[in-house]
Design a protein around this ligand. Sequence first.
Ligand code: ZN
Length: 275
Amino acid sequence: MRPIALALVLAALSGPALACGPDALGVSRTLRVGTLGGGAVGLKTYPRTLPLAPGEVVLTFDDGPMPGKTERVLAALDAECVKATFFMIGRNAAAAPRLAARVLQEGHTVAYHSMTHPNMRHLGVAAAQANIDKGFQAVDEAVYGDAWNEPRAPFFRFPGFADSPALDSWLASRDIVVFGADLWAGDWEPMTPDQELARLLARLDRSKGGIVLLHDIQPRTVAMLPRFLRALKEKGYRIVHLVPGPGPLETRPAPAGWTSETERILRSSAKGAGG
Ligand SMILES: [Zn+2]
């Protein structure tokens, strides 16, 4: 074998370990999220979140996979040896199955965000359930090559955070955890990558970390992500990678005086909350 080929094989075998020196952001810990009996986390919507320590950050990316953009998100995460959770739209996964599968192959958690991203409150319960189930199946067929009765990773995020009591209890009965978010920059709104970066860092400084909502389909997020990850490293934030785990969901309650920001947005806007 020629030396260059040998080097490539060795690099492939050892994975990111060669590149992941102490200067990389890296994953600080993996949190096994219990899904028995379901539950819901994320302070923008629910009065509780994951039991993260101050300075811990969970990265989540919604609405992909999207060719031309998700690859760049994966490259930015790989360059910092970071793992994230991708809430995929079934229709997008079905349209780009190799890209969807690559997200899992690179060690990220693949979760679900419905089949076609409707506002579930505008659908009947049966239609909403069908859309959610189609999303589970389309993502799993793209990522794993087949679909079971239940999603592989029981993590779901409602489009626009528009849940309902009936759908929440239906998901709970299937041991599926609902994810909101603790903070976002609002990357679906018009802003430059620099503005998004500044807004995210300011909000993280206030919240001391949490579950961050980003969109891998948004060019401004793709553009600022490498600088965002560098800034997290420089400011001493630590990345937590979520995977499904056994037992019930463990949570931390919201601070006193909590209200649901997404509920306020959903009631005041026909467009719904971003996400
Ligand atoms: Zn979304």
